[in-house]
Design a protein around this ligand. Structure first.
Ligand code: ZN
Ligand code: ZN
Ligand code: ZN
Length: 482
């Protein structure tokens, strides 16, 4: 991590109420949490990526929905179900692989509902949300979900239990009901208006109110969608239907089948949101991959950023030659088109130039990096991190990682040596505190190199720190010299 001056910018995070507490969550972490809550069982990586784009877009579109309560989004299905404790590396990867990508309509983040199973034809959004009509959310046939487990279902309940459920929901309770008639259907064939009749007469109710009442009272696996026929007999209502959920937008069972059949996430999104632009901004700009010898680079502007790849390859070889460390098998650099997208993806503040995790370096737009020298040293610093992380002994302290990266960059350290706790490097509130932590770690490693020699210190990455160093605290640090 290198430090830059502060940039102003809009919020790169969402305020989410999680289990009653309002938390600030970087957008990509939110996306991974929603995948855990809404589609954790997907087999297809491409379907998962399609869901990541839909969930990200939905979250950004709905930002501020709970503004009156002091946060953006809740963690239930009212907004999107979030399960941060069930996030896996697979789900994090689906978010990272599509970082920043959204669906766009008329220059804004699109309204992107999704459903468990559309039952063979998607619903027109206007039939469910009259205030959210969308040209890309019209009803259309979906052959992909036909073989899913949700394609056909039956549900039976006694008339008495159903009447009680309506009463428990504060709705009108029919006396000894004997009839539920579908009075009208939507264009896609789903029940829209019901007539419910008992010995005390009959009344009308919207099919969606009826389904939510039944779902809340008797469970969501009962009346799974509005696509059904119903008859009365023997004191029971017999429902027979297809699909699960409201039916609009991306059909999860269909998306899963498309992915398993080899379709890419963009194809899946184009099928379920036809006409909406997919990309990092409203113009639909997309990542392009440039491949080097050891590194692949993702960028929106290959002409501008192709030089970064050559620079990074040279840094990688130079660091490997100097330290004797192995070159990582896989290394990816992603150059963000603007600061906002970078912050959304990484959760880093604007004064952090880059973010390295796993095999990936995420970089601010190169124009923000104030020239070739800043770009070169940022790349070198992060490449050193990834090379170290790939071989590091367990428990190697953060100050050693950061101090060694600084030392390779610059073998002259000034100021007092120290072993700051990890939080000092990772805190993103005060640039000056982070800068001090780097300087202390830098001086600490410089002292160790003087005492033990550079090759010995490089070797500690793999072997771990010797006990006499582990036991050294900041006040006993080797004296600092010029
Ligand atoms: Zn660093
Ligand atoms: Zn909500
Ligand atoms: Zn479907």
């Amino acid at each position: 991590m290198l430090l830059l001056v502060a940039f102003p910018g809009p919020a790169a995070t969402l305020q989410v109420r999680i289990s009653g507490h309002i938390k600030v969550v970087p957008v990509e972490r939110y996306v991974a949490g929603v995948l855990a809550g809404e589609s954790g069982s997907f087999q297809s990586a491409e379907a998962l990526k399609a869901m990541a784009v839909a969930a990200r877009t939905y979250g950004v579109h709905m930002r501020g929905r709970h503004a009156a309560e002091g946060f953006d989004l809740c963690d239930t299905t009212h907004c999107q179900r979030l399960e941060p404790d069930r996030v896996t590396t697979r789900l994090t990867a689906a978010a990272a692989d599509t970082a920043g990508e959204m669906l766009w309509w008329q220059g804004k983040a699109a309204f992107t509902p999704y459903t468990r199973d559309c039952g063979g034809s998607t619903e027109d959004a206007a039939a469910i949300w009259p205030d959210q009509p969308a040209a890309y959310l019209k009803s259309h046939a979906d052959p992909w979900c036909a073989k899913s487990a949700d394609a056909h279902w039956q549900w039976t309940t006694t008339a008495e239990r159903l009447a009680q459920a309506l009463e428990n929901e504060g709705l009108r309770r029919p006396a000894r009901p004997t009839q539920i008639a579908v009075l009208s259907r939507t264009g896609s064939g789903r029940a829209a208006l019901l007539g419910i009749g008992g010995v005390d007469g009959s009344f009308r109710m919207s099919a969606s109110s009826f389904r939510f009442a039944v779902g809340r009272q008797l469970g969501w696996n009962t009346l799974r969608s509005d696509r059904y026929t119903v008859r009365f007999g023997d004191g029971h209502f017999w429902f027979e239907g297809g699909g699960a959920g409201h039916g609009a937008g991306l059909c999860q069972n269909g998306a899963e089948q498309m992915g398993l059949a080899g379709k890419g996430y963009r194809e899946i999104l184009a099928f379920y949101y036809p006409g909406a632009a997919i990309g990092l901004n409203a113009q639909g700009l997309r990542w392009q991959r440039l491949s080097g010898e050891n590194i692949s680079l993702l960028t929106l502007f290959p002409e501008v950023d192709s030089a970064v790849l050559g620079l990074a390859e040279r840094q990688l070889r130079a660091v490997a030659a100097r330290t004797g460390w192995a070159v990582p098998a896989k290394l990816e650099i992603r150059v963000y088109p603007d600061l906002d997208t970078f912050r959304n993806a990484t959760g880093e503040p604007g004064w952090v130039a880059a973010h390295a995790e796993g095999f990936r370096i995420e970089l601010q737009p190169t124009a923000s990096l104030r020239g070739r020298h800043a770009l070169e040293s940022t790349l070198r610093h992060e490449i050193i991190h990834l090379m170290m992380a790939g071989q590091a002994a367990p428990g190697l302290p953060v100050w050693f990682h950061e101090g060694l990266a600084e030392w390779i960059e610059n073998p002259i350290a000034t100021g007092p040596a120290g072993t700051p706790p990890p939080a000092e490097f990772r805190q993103t509130v005060e640039p000056s505190r982070a800068r001090r932590a780097y300087a202390e770690a830098h001086a600490m490693v410089a002292g160790l190199v003087r005492r033990y020699g550079e090759l010995a210190v490089f070797g500690w990455v793999k072997r771990g720190l010797p006990p006499e160093v582990t036991n050294t605290n900041a006040s006993q640090a080797p004296p600092n010299s010029k």
